[in-house]
Design a protein around this ligand. Structure first.
Ligand SMILES: Cc1cc2nc3c(=O)[nH]c(=O)nc-3n(C[C@H](O)[C@H](O)[C@H](O)COP(=O)(O)O)c2cc1C
Length: 186
């Protein structure tokens, strides 16, 4: 298990929208803040917009790249993901599925994901139910353990502060399950 300077396992909270003015920024910070208020695990934000992962064009497929990538942006992304023991994917739903930039960032790596636990916080008109279901199929390709409990926001549900309060219990349960899966993995 990877550990940081505090000797705690690291959970990366991936902010998957790279849009200007993205709603996801507030959601991801809420998750990171909740995680950092817990004990025993280090929650860190991985903001996809900061990595500028290019469209996957490399001839060598990520699964065969042995963590060696031509593009320095992909190398930086690889190191950040590799340093995490588990993840929370904060995902919007675009056109009834996962957002393209986030899927491309996922596709651009291979062993960095393998076997690690992942939980989902989705948001959209219908709480990104379809996007999260698609993510569950996608992460299965790397034998990731997907936590059943999930958190979903409707972007039309009014004030975000109220939505956060209403979802705090669900987030707590999901993070407990994620940490449990991570501990069981050893
Ligand atoms: C390209 C695109 C497609 C979208 N498709 C859906 C959709 O299928 N279902 C949904 O609930 N919301 C959809 N939305 C609305 C998004 O849920 C909403 O814009 C949300 O704020 C996007 O997250 P972001 O602001 O963090 O990028 C779509 C938005 C965009 C930009």
């Amino acid at each position: 298990m990877t550990t940081n300077e505090t000797n705690e396992p690291t959970i990366g909270v991936i902010l998957g929208s790279v849009r200007q003015g993205r709603f996801g920024e507030a959601v991801a910070h809420w998750v990171v803040d909740a995680g950092q208020a817990r004990e025993g695990f280090s929650y860190q934000l991985l903001d996809l917009a900061e990595f500028n992962v290019p469209a996957l064009t490399a001839a060598v497929t990520p699964g065969a790249a042995n963590n060696q990538y031509e593009d320095p942006a992909v190398t930086a992304w690889s190191k950040a993901v590799d340093a995490c023991d588990g993840f929370v994917f904060v995902t919007p739903e675009y056109n009834h599925s996962v957002p393209g930039a986030m899927k491309n960032a996922f596709d651009s790596l291979g062993p960095e994901w393998a076997g690690k636990p992942v939980a989902f916080v989705g948001y959209g008109a219908d709480k990104a139910i379809r996007a999260v279901e698609h993510w569950r199929q996608i992460v299965a390709n790397f034998s990731m353990f997907d936590v059943r409990n999930q958190v979903g926001f409707s972007i039309f549900s009014g004030e975000f502060d109220e939505a956060k309060a209403a979802n705090a219990g669900a987030l707590d349960r999901m993070l407990t399950d994620l940490e449990g899966a991570l501990s069981a993995r050893g």
